[in-house]
Design a protein around this ligand. Sequence first.
Ligand code: DAH
Length: 369
Amino acid sequence: MTNLADLEAANAALIAAAPDTATLDEARVQILGKVGNVSLLLKTLGAMSPEERREQGPAINGLRERMAEQIAARKAALEAAELDAELAGVHVDLTLPAPPRRRGSVHPTMQTMDEMIAIFADMGFSLAEGPDIETDFNNFTALNFPPKHPAREMHDTFFLPEDANGERKVLRTHTSPVQVRVMNRTNEKLPNWIAQGQEPPIRVIVPGRTFRKDSDQTHTPMFHQIEGLVIDRNIHMGHLKWTLETFIARFFETPEVVTRFRPHHFPFTEPSAEIDVRCDRSGGEVRIGQGDDWLEILGCGMVHPNVLRNCGLDPDEWQGFAFGCGVDRLGMLKYGMPDLRDMFASDVRWLQHYGFSPFAMPDPATGLS
Ligand code: DAH
């Protein structure tokens, strides 16, 4: 029979000498494994006489417990040392710059739209919206486009296939149909973001997407417009002129803008005009407020009596003016982009170059961008 004290001393030395957790595990197998020296001793208990077992049992079990405790303690110490060693080799350099984060930017069209909305909101206009898919009535008929009139073709309209009621809807060719929605009360149950049937006086601006079959340097099949509508008593061309001249001066952020009203024709306004701004086109770039060229920027006019009638308003009681302009085109002009198609090409380098910080929220009181 092995001397228990000698075995304990030898095992304790083995445990204490283990330099790492792997060697310690080997020691554990030698001592407490299936055929470990203490496990084998425990097995001898079965063959002993009861008296012997009474004496040896507690001694051998005590030995097993102490060995297990020593192994656990050594294991904890080795693990702590190993972790310390690992951490000592790791350097965190807090002076290193953080890895670059991908940052998005506000699209120039949205920035321009926000600027325009901010200016008109400051003048007391509220916002109205309508759907991209419009009825022929709202897009054309109510706006005084005669049926089958070639003017409908003038807009290079995208027509949708006939629906079950035989109705052919359109992708709206302009934001003007929202004028109709704002004035006209229908019994349709519409989502509440869609404007409907306001009582005059009305002062709204309508930003939105518009669609025409057209694509070149200054036209894209989808583009954005902002429409304006003012309906009140005794509204005249002077109100229209002041409103738009004030808007243009604030938008271009220069008092030097010179504008010109040029007679034009729109079916939904009478009289109608286009506004040009004086610019310089020499050197392939357009500069506002200089030179002796003119650039058309928006359409406007006094709301046609037929449009008021089509929307249930009495033209003898109510008058109004309206205007509409291309948002992307105004953005191009203000921020010097040469090609409208780039606006919708989703080229990340372009977006990074021309995009705006989300913190550059336009505020007419403190500057627009
Ligand atoms: N809807 C016109 C277009 O897309 C723009 C326009 C002109 C809107 C005159 C108006 C307006 O409200 O009065 O070309």
